[in-house]
Design a protein around this ligand. Structure first.
Ligand code: MN
Length: 496
């Protein structure tokens, strides 16, 4: 394994480093070396190589100097003689608070059933997001590096870590729109959780992607020629194979028949402007016949996690089926780095990053990832520097918004002061209509109880309840609950 140096970390920064940024990274780098002196990892390398690797990941995804410094020191309070107070004295309270956040996230005790443990973990991650989302991003980078070096651990630990990564960390990365992070976490976990299928899918992909590769290369050069003719500038064009785990999920839907997976080989075209995306689509379709019903415009209708792109499947050279993805550079950064793209653009494009980043559109599917959408919408309104962003995130956003959990670990997004009846209707109309009681953290609560952020709510239902109670209208907070209750009361009135 290659040793990571300070130059590697600074060289991985996505933005040209300012003097201040270089200084804080350099100081934290040497502070970490001193703190972890003499410590080794299971792999035999110096322990400090782990925080170095975490810092490099953070630099690659575009995080700023303070976050990278916190990444360099994230294991110090837990594993060395140096305390959080020492870090605070030298680096100030903002960095120390991040280190503290990561340390606390790490202290999840393994007890109770797997489900309880899973829930606890998820809950901690989400509550950490509420205080400083950078803590969660450091934790994801930490987990990514631990997954990359998992082979040096005993098998039972490998399985536990891999399972947790698949069930908690990858979904969180996904919810934050960090596509690249999600894919890597999934692929690494997949390898340990299901080695047989992992090898199978890997071999299938290698074989079929190899076959397709020459057509991909040919198509790329043909598209380049057409784009030049039409005067549309290409920022980047390349071919890519699907990530192994997402391929596995697709294969399962298609009886493991790889010839039915059309996006195994995809060409990604990155252009400058949104208008260029549509022009490029036209150019591609003029050259290659599109497959009917396979054009997806996620630009005018982004995916719930904010993903934007145009996808089309075409009959490329020799009539071979190839998927083409078209997006702007900004959409590309957002797709790869998600919420972390905020830091990249807040510095690089001070003028107009607000215009495109985290822009939400009407007609986006509601519900599921409402909170990330809101997080983004809300980011849109605030200033561009780190500190202001974090402070307002902390103070405002989570104030009028809470997340509650079902006993299965599903997240239900609710307004502040929402009640178990709101919660019940948010899950399903029938659950609301037949609700007779509620438990929070296993204790009975009244139906007009105000749910608090992070609580696990269990709704008790009964067939004996024939209709919702009209009094519920006096305390419910969501329009979903109100309309359900009114509709049901009316329906019953008619029957009488
Ligand atoms: Mn660590």
């Amino acid at each position: 394994m290659d040793n990571i140096t300070l130059e590697d970390i600074i060289g991985s920064l996505r933005n040209p480093p300012s003097e201040g940024r270089k200084r804080v990274i350099t100081e934290a780098y040497y502070f970490a070396i001193e703190a972890h002196k003499g410590q080794k990892r299971r792999s035999g390398e110096d322990y400090v190589q782990h925080p170095f690797a975490v810092a490099r990941i953070l630099a690659e995804i575009g995080m700023g100097g303070k976050t990278i410094a916190a990444g360099l020191m994230h294991d110090i309070p837990e594993d060395t003689q140096i305390t959080l107070t020492d870090i605070e004295k030298k680096f100030g309270s903002e960095i120390a608070a991040m280190v503290d956040g990561v340390t606390k996230l790490g202290k999840i005790r393994l007890r109770g059933s797997h489900e309880e443990y899973f829930l606890e973990n998820l809950r901690k991650m989400i509550l950490a997001m509420a205080s400083d989302i950078r803590v969660v991003i450091i934790k994801l980078a930490d987990r990514l590096h631990n997954m990359r070096t998992l082979e040096f651990n005993p098998q039972d630990k490998q399985l536990r870590i891999a399972r947790e990564t698949m069930e908690v960390f990858a979904p969180i990365a996904n919810r934050l729109g960090m596509g690249e992070m999600k894919s890597q976490l999934q692929d690494l976990s997949f390898k340990y959780l299901d080695p047989e299928n992992y090898t199978l899918v890997q071999e299938m992909e290698e074989k079929h992607y190899k076959e397709k590769e020459k057509y991909v290369i040919q198509a790329i050069s043909e598209i380049e020629i057409e784009m030049k003719k039409e005067g549309v500038t290409i920022v980047e064009i390349n071919g890519r194979a699907k990530s192994l785990y997402s391929l596995f999920l697709k294969l399962q839907k298609h009886d493991m028949d790889i010839t039915r997976v059309y996006d195994l080989a995809a060409i990604r075209i990155i252009v400058q402007e949104v208008a260029d995306c549509y022009e490029t689509l036209g150019i591609v379709h003029k050259k290659y016949r599109p497959m009917i019903g396979r054009i997806k415009d996620y630009i005018s209708l982004p995916k719930p996690n904010g993903y934007q792109s145009i996808h089309t499947t075409v009959f490329g050279p020799d009539g071979k089926i190839i998927e083409v993805q078209i997006r702007t550079q900004k959409m590309h950064s957002e797709a790869e780095f998600g919420i972390a793209a905020h830091w990249i653009y807040s510095e690089k494009k001070k003028k107009n990053w607000k215009d495109f980043l985290f822009k939400t559109k009407k007609g986006v599917p509601e519900k599921e990832i409402e909170w990330v959408k809101q997080l983004r919408e809300w980011q849109n309104e605030i200033g561009r520097d780190d500190e202001e962003f974090m402070q307002s995130l902390h103070i405002d956003f989570f104030k009028n918004h809470i997340f509650a959990f079902t006993p299965q670990g599903d997240i239900i997004d609710l307004p502040e002061d929402a009640t178990p009846i709101d919660f019940a209707y948010a899950i399903h109309g029938e659950i609301g209509n037949h609700a007779v009681g509620a438990k929070i953290d296993r204790k009975m609560v009244p139906l007009d109880h105000h749910i608090k952020n992070g609580e696990v709510v269990e709704i008790l239902t009964s067939k004996e309840r024939k209709s919702p109670n009209a009094d519920w209208l006096k305390f419910v907070k969501t329009s979903v609950a109100k309309s359900h209750i009114r509709r049901e009361l009316k329906r019953i009135e008619v029957l009488k």
